[in-house]
Design a protein around this ligand. Structure first.
Ligand code: PLP
Length: 393
């Protein structure tokens, strides 16, 4: 198919749920992407957080290829070795507990919400406190947890039982907790909401509130998890352990997976028949995820993330004095945000024309989430393109 034919076929046959960028990609390797006409792009936002190892990492491809040749799928009423292996690995890397496997971030969060309701049901507790500017996914309960009117409009009635309070405001949380509260749920760095890190005291305070009120602390690590902030899980930098954690995006190395991990004492609440997923944790995706975890370990990816993250944060912060359109530079590891005084759309477009792919969220926050194994040289190249775009504004 030629370029225009592809666009037209999409327009005529695919529901228009996405704002499309007119690029057709056909090949990827590491931090590089090739479009249909052979132009190469440096990808500073691989797969919306999915591509933490860049595109087509050999360890992911190797596991997938091998598994596809043997057995593609095993339903969840049987066993296969690789779901066992992946669950054991995730528990080893996080905290004593058990995993439920799903296919996406929203599904992992749905599972967490159901677990919280089951947990609270004996005491008549069902309400979940979430935060302004949060993003937890597009299914109805995840949308209710997200709480943002712009995503909810037109889909009412939104499921009840969710209460949004101000992010990083412990007093607001204390005031919101009541006899119906079952859980508090948050991202430690709000991604879609504009790359807003939670304060350390705030998170320690939330842990205390949850302990005192015997309610669950659910951490949504769909975007921050699997190394994005320079630690395997972002909560590890806050000195707390969540009761429930959700993962997706980077865990599958490009294939769809979601996981909800619950601490041991809450891990048997969802009993047979109360929750399920046909595809969750199938052998091919588990092989891909095991490849991701192996690469993270063997290739010292977390070290590289911290090193290149510090480098980019410093370089970007240096631009703030030079270019008054930059209001603030923030982030942890390789989850970086550049807040502007102007809309970011044109900058994303200009960067794309110069061969750099970035994202803009919340209208005015440039979001940079390069692969965690990006080289310093590639990081520098991307930075130079962005600098040239800002200079030319
Ligand atoms: C923090 C967070 N939670 C949940 C989701 C939803 O994930 P998915 O699109 O895989 O359903 C996202 C997606 O961007 C996310 O960033």
């Amino acid at each position: 198919m030629k370029l225009e034919e592809i666009f037209q076929t999409y327009r005529e046959n695919i529901q228009p749920t996405y704002n499309k960028i007119p690029l057709v990609f056909v090949k990827g390797k590491g931090s590089k992407l090739w479009d249909l006409q052979g132009k190469v792009y440096l990808d500073f936002f691989p797969g919306w957080g999915v591509g933490s190892l860049g595109h087509c990492h050999p360890k992911v491809m190797q596991g997938v290829r091998d598994q596809i040749g043997k057995l593609i799928f095993v339903p969840n009423n049987y066993y296969h070795p690789f779901q066992a292996k992946l669950a054991k690995e995730l528990i080893y890397l996080s905290f004593p507990g058990k995993v439920f496997f799903a296919n996406s971030g929203a599904e992992a969060n749905e599972a967490a919400i159901k677990l919280a309701r089951k947990f609270g049901s004996a005491r008549g507790r069902y309400e979940i406190i979430t935060f302004e500017n949060a993003f937890h996914g597009r299914t109805l309960a995840a949308l209710a947890a997200t709480g943002q009117k712009k995503y909810q409009a037109g889909f009412e009635p939104i499921p009840e039982g969710f209460k949004q309070v101000k992010f990083n405001d412990l007093e607001a949380v204390k005031n919101a907790v009541g006899e119906k509260t079952a859980a508090i749920m948050l991202e430690l760095v709000q991604g879609e909401g504009g790359v807003n890190p939670a304060g350390k005291d705030f998170v320690l305070g939330l842990r205390k509130i949850c302990d005192e009120n015997k309610i669950l602390l659910i951490i949504d690590e769909v975007q921050t998890g699997i190394g994005r902030t320079g630690r395997m899980f972002c909560y590890q930098g806050y000195g707390i352990i969540p009761d429930v954690m959700t993962l997706a995006k980077a865990l599958g190395g490009g294939l769809p997976i979601g996981a909800m991990i619950a601490k041991k004492e809450f891990a048997d609440l969802l009993t047979p028949g109360t929750h399920a997923s046909t595809f969750g944790g199938g052998p091919v995706i588990c092989r891909a995820a095991l490849g991701v975890l192996k690469a993270m370990d063997k290739e010292k990816v977390l070290n590289n993330c911290r090193k290149t993250g510090d480098y980019l944060l410093e370089k970007l912060s240096g631009l703030k004095d030079k270019y008054p359109v930059i209001k603030e530079v923030r982030g942890i590891g390789l989850m970086l945000g550049v807040e502007l005084n102007i809309p970011g759309k044109q900058i994303v477009q200009d960067a794309m024309e110069r061969g750099l792919l970035i994202n803009c969220t919340h209208d005015n926050v440039l979001r940079l989430m390069p692969a965690l194994n990006i080289t310093l040289k590639e990081a520098g190249q991307g930075f130079n393109i962005l600098k040239a775009v800002l200079k030319n504004l």
